[in-house]
Design a protein around this ligand. Structure first.
Ligand code: ADP
Ligand code: ASP
Ligand code: MG
Length: 419
């Protein structure tokens, strides 16, 4: 996807999530925020998600009428949610005396690959959006969707995908990017779980990538990747107030060792036992898994007496595909025992300062041990430590880790070293 050479912060992409457009009153509020921005002299591209829990409702409906809905029809269905909210916001803007036009992802020139329900944006042909902006209109682009030039079919971008629409549009237009939601920014933990979680003034792309990948759904993972790859500074902020939110960019909070604690309850652990301990066995399993577009996160392999045991985590929504992939691997490798554990979830600590401060993981394990919480799988990276634990223990674990690392208090600057 190309990035515009000259940034043009006179243009701003304003993205509002599902809870921000959940009913008629909220839609009018979003319309008035866009109009206020337009009246301040800036060109406005609005991206909205489907109203409230519309997408969940549509997925339920599809599963009621079919045991295995095809990806193509799923995308035809799911893309309607964003079209509805987009058209409604445009109507509300008209009533406030501004010109607006709503566009589907396809009409807005958002091109993707052909991977239904998890497509990646490959290109934005922004001419139609630019023409409408030049004509003084507020341009509403339906989030979470595009079109594959290869198949000419409508695609969707994966759950939370309107964030990716917004960042990709900002990159293509060289515009500023504001992501509005029901929280005032990125917090040290999910504020729904930890009431004294603190809003971060800024966070680096790398830390935000880890936060999103490990469950902080305030920004979709792919949107952060796009932002980093195209150098888009994202401002995550509240729909319901004008306070400053969190800036996601190159710079994080240098003085913080830990930026946040995240959790994810939407993962399933697969364990395969009795795998032959030969070169290529793991490759066969993960080739099959990758072929079906399943995103695997934590992987653990253990070899005992010449037989391997392999555990890995898969997002809940990818479980049916993972089962198909594992069956394919079994047809190559021979029979093995397959178990699924739906009762585990993950807690993670994220912080760039972990690189230079050893002992973070040890303190994390000690904090969880003191609560009698058993750790089932552990993974670490230079800026993340994650533990799989029983789902029911997640709220207690997140609150305890937040308190143990004193995340509710602002980190103090380390003393300046004088020469
Ligand atoms: P939208 O519908 O606007 O896209 P989402 O529901 O996708 O919003 O994301 C916002 C939600 O993310 C919040 O309501 C909050 O519960 C959750 N969340 C999880 N972790 C965090 C975090 N660290 N900071 C802020 N919000 C978080
Ligand atoms: N409506 C879609 C979802 O619920 C996309 C989004 O909200 O960004 O996942
Ligand atoms: Mg979202």
């Amino acid at each position: 996807m190309a990035t515009r050479q000259q940034p043009d912060f006179d243009t701003v992409v304003m993205k509002f999530g599902g809870s921000s457009v959940a009913d008629a009153e909220k839609i009018k509020n979003v319309a008035s925020r866009m109009v206020a921005m337009r009246n301040s002299g800036r060109r406005v591209v609005g991206t909205v998600s489907a109203m409230g829990k519309t997408t969940d409702g549509l997925i339920d409906l599809a599963n009621q009428v079919s045991a295995a809905p095809t990806g193509r029809e799923m995308d035809m269905l799911l893309s309607t949610g964003e079209r509805i909210s987009c058209a409604l916001v445009a109507m509300a803007i008209h009533d406030l005396g501004c010109e607006a036009v709503s566009l589907t992802g396809s009409q807005a020139g958002i091109e993707t690959d052909a991977a239904h329900t998890k497509a990646k944006i490959t290109k934005i042909r922004a001419d139609r959006v630019l023409e409408a902006l030049d004509a003084g209109k507020i341009v509403l682009v339906a989030g979470f969707q595009g079109v594959s030039p290869e198949t000419r079919d409508v695609t969707t971008l994966g759950r939370g995908g309107s964030d990716a629409t917004a960042v990709a549009l900002a990159a293509a237009l060289g515009a500023a990017c504001e992501i509005y939601s029901d929280v005032a920014g990125v917090f040290t933990a999910d504020p729904r779980l930890v009431p004294d979680a603190r809003k971060l003034p800024r966070i680096s792309y790398d830390e935000m990538l880890e936060m999103s990948a490990s469950g902080a759904k305030v920004l979709m993972l792919r949107s952060v990747e796009l932002a980093r790859n195209h150098g888009v500074r994202v401002h995550a902020r509240s729909t319901f107030s004008s306070e400053e939110g969190t800036w996601i960019g190159e710079e994080g909070m240098e003085q913080a060792i830990i930026s946040g604690v995240t959790h994810n309850e939407k993962e399933v652990v697969f364990t395969l036992t009795g795998i032959p301990d030969v070169p290529g066995a793991a490759a066969t399993v993960f080739d099959a898994v990758a072929k079906h577009g399943v995103n695997v996160d934590t992987i653990l392999q253990n070899v005992v007496h010449g037989v391997a045991e392999l555990s890995f985590t898969v997002p809940t929504e990818d479980v049916p595909l993972a089962r198909v992939a594992i069956d394919e691997a079994i047809s190559t490798l021979g029979p093995m025992k397959v178990e699924e554990d739906h009762d585990l979830g993950k807690v993670s600590l994220i912080g760039a300062g972990m690189r230079s401060h050893p002992g973070v993981a040890a303190k994390m394990f000690r904090t969880l041990a003191d609560l009698g919480i058993n750790l089932r799988m552990i993974t670490t990276s230079p800026i993340k430590a994650s533990c799989m634990i029983t789902k029911g223990e997640i709220p207690t674990a997140v609150r305890a880790l937040h308190a143990a690392f004193e995340l509710e208090t602002e980190p103090v600057e380390e003393e300046t070293i004088r020469g």
